[in-house]
Design a protein around this ligand. Structure first.
Ligand code: NZQ
Ligand code: ZN
Length: 386
């Protein structure tokens, strides 16, 4: 096992009767900005629940945060916060609203220059306005981590940052509110959470059996509960299991002491940046390509994954690894999540654009757990998905 530090201060309130408690958690004297997206919270009772729980508080609203939230929208919120002298942020909705809120909270306090540098240059955050969130979409894990992903419209970029200042103070997880999600968003959530686990598990063995079994248990739960939730998003029990699985997939527990390989996410973000494809769908495209190209390097873990998660116990190691990849693709496709460029009308020229971008960013030496993912591997992995 590798050395590690583990720290996660996020208070979680999970279930049916939790929203009313936020009145006790949001400091009474602070002026609050409520941030949300295109209006889903007005249809599932969450907006009303928040307003009731925070009655008599000084609240300003910022609505219209889009999926794959943009820097441009975030900076409008920053202006509003400065003008209104807001002191506490409350995000309500999916990962996009929460990620935007993390960036906004940091950008307000960033005095060294343009806050875009937090993303483009990895500039350190030294302060952030306190914030919390109400989650209505199981997928990203942002509700219990310190990461956020922001896009910039003017340059077609999508970049991530991570900071200890960007943990929410608390997160209220509402499986019931997630019952109004369209099936496609449920499928996205299952696939995103699944690939989060994979990026922290399917690398190479380091004798960390507990972390491996945590990871495998989340994968198996997603395989059992995901399809039930996909068929009926209003099934409270399965939605609860999906929601908690997605949170556990990216709150730091399964990555403690093991290698990570986020290359599928890094490449997937480029497909969203160029073609505005849903985040999870980009992962479903890229993952099988990376596995096909790096099958030898990842074989030990692919075989273990095949056996423990998909009960693949026969054949040579090579056949078992190949079967494990096939079963994963079948699983994604069974949720209506397609895995090829042609399914989304992505032209082959996009491969050149993506490879060039990685070269320009200086990633010539490779990304991933052993820096195996170099521009040539990215090209081959994407050509595998045409
Ligand atoms: O905008 P509203 O009206 O709220 O509608 C949203 C949005 O259109 C809707 N929605 C949310 N809850 C709903 C609902 N519709 C009906 N009923 C509900 N209960 O769903 C749509 C998609 O929402 P979005 O927040 O974009 O989805 P998701 O949670 O999948 O977030 C995706 C973003 O998170 C980033 C992605 O890159 C992407 O930008 N990620 C963040 C991570 C992190 N911070 O750790 C990790 C992930 O890998 C990911 O990159
Ligand atoms: Zn993701």
């Amino acid at each position: 096992m590798k050395d590690f530090e583990f720290y996660n201060p996020v208070k979680i309130l999970f279930g049916k009767d939790q929203l009313e408690k936020i009145g006790d958690l949001v400091p009474a004297e602070k002026k609050i900005l409520l941030l949300y997206g295109g209006g889903s919270i007005k249809k599932n009772g969450v907006y009303e629940g928040i307003i009731n729980a925070l009655k008599d508080r000084d609240i300003v609203e910022f609505k219209g945060i889009e999926p794959n939230p943009t820097y441009e929208t975030c900076m409008n919120a920053v202006d509003l916060i400065k003008k209104e002298k807001v002191e506490y942020l409350l995000a309500a909705g999916g990962g996009s609203v929460i990620d935007a809120t993390k960036f906004i909270a940091a950008a307000v306090s960033y005095e060294e220059g343009d806050p875009w540098e937090i993303l483009s240059k990895g500039k350190e955050i030294k302060a952030s306005i306190p914030f919390a969130d109400i989650l209505t979409l199981p997928a990203t894990g942002t509700e219990m981590n310190k990461n956020a992903v922001i896009s910039r419209k003017s340059t077609n970029e999508k970049l991530a940052f991570s900071s200890p200042y960007s943990f929410p103070q608390f997160s209220v997880l509402l499986p019931e509110a997630a019952g109004t999600l369209p099936k496609e968003q449920v499928a996205n959530g299952v696939v995103d959470a699944f690939v989060h686990v994979i990026e922290q598990y399917l690398t190479y063995p380091v004798n960390a059996p507990l972390q491996d079994r945590f990871a495998e248990s989340i994968l198996k739960t997603l395989i059992e509960e995901g399809p039930k939730t996909y068929k009926n998003p209003k099934d409270y029990e399965s939605m609860s299991n999906l929601m908690w699985s997605a949170t556990m997939a990216l709150n730091g527990i399964i990555k403690a002491g093991v290698p990570e390989d986020w290359s599928v996410h890094d490449i997937g973000h480029e497909l969203t940046a160029f073609h505005n494809i849903d985040h999870a769908r980009t992962l479903a495209i890229v993952l099988p390509g990376i596995w096909h190209v790096l099958k030898e390097e990842k074989k030990d873990k692919l075989v273990q994954y095949g056996e423990r998660v998909w009960n693949i116990t026969e054949g040579t190691d090579d056949e078992r690894a190949e079967k494990a990849i096939d079963r994963t693709v079948e699983f994604f496709e069974s949720l209506g999540v397609k895995t090829k460029f042609s399914d989304y009308g992505i032209p082959a020229e996009t491969i050149d654009k993506i490879v060039d971008r990685f070269k320009k960013r200086g990633l010539i030496f490779g990304i991933g757990d052993r820096k195996l993912v170099k521009p040539g591997v990215i090209r081959q992995a994407l050509e595998d998905r045409l």
